[in-house]
Design a protein around this ligand. Structure first.
Ligand code: ZN
Length: 187
């Protein structure tokens, strides 16, 4: 990604919007937007190795592990507006567990791209499934979309919920129910 090019394009965009990109308040806006977009799309360039950073450990536990309410911010690829909310993740380890902060980093890695919530949910589930080879994994995302709140139908309170289940979470109803009940507990 070339930040200088983005700066130039944002300046052009400001002009197209009828603004004066040289006025005091906007002078540094192209630079700031270029920096912001680089940060918000850094998921394209981070690798699995960097994200997980050797924090996978051998452990013979076979009970469900849940991490709830992970804050999630992403950009909708249809409007380039944020969608944001919470991500809940559960898995049943087979031979490996993962450092808890790394789960949040995996969420960020896929959220910091241009996304649709459905694909984001699946990508996180597949990443955990491939990296940990657990019995099963489940991911739920609850998010609000600014493209629905600020424009279009202007619905302020709708929450979109997506889920992806793999392995035993998909095949075994009991695992799936345990996951859902633990995510919903104490909400
Ligand atoms: Zn949108």
């Amino acid at each position: 990604m070339n930040k200088k090019n983005i700066e130039k394009l944002i300046k052009e965009l400001l002009t197209e919007l009828g603004e004066n990109p040289n006025r005091e308040g906007l002078k540094k806006t192209p630079l700031r937007v270029a920096q912001m977009l680089t940060e918000l799309t850094q998921g394209y360039t981070t690798t699995r190795k960097e994200t997980i950073n050797d924090a996978i450990f051998e452990e013979k536990v076979h009970n469900m592990i849940i991490l709830k309410d992970i804050e999630m911010y992403s950009l909708c690829e249809h409007h380039l507006l944020p969608f944001f909310g919470k991500c809940h993740i559960g898995y049943i380890p087979k031979e490996h567990i993962i450092g808890v902060s790394k789960i949040a980093r995996i969420v960020d890695r896929f959220a910091k791209r241009l996304q649709v919530q459905e694909r984001l949910t699946q990508e996180i589930a597949h990443e955990l499934h491939e990296a940990l080879e657990p019995y099963g994994v489940g991911v739920i995302i609850e998010a609000q979309h600014l493209c629905m709140m600020m424009r279009g139908v202007e619905k302020q309170n709708s929450l979109m919920v997506t889920s992806a289940v793999l392995g035993s979470f998909r095949e075994d109803l009991k695992s799936r129910e345990e996951f859902l009940s633990m995510v919903n507990k104490a909400k």
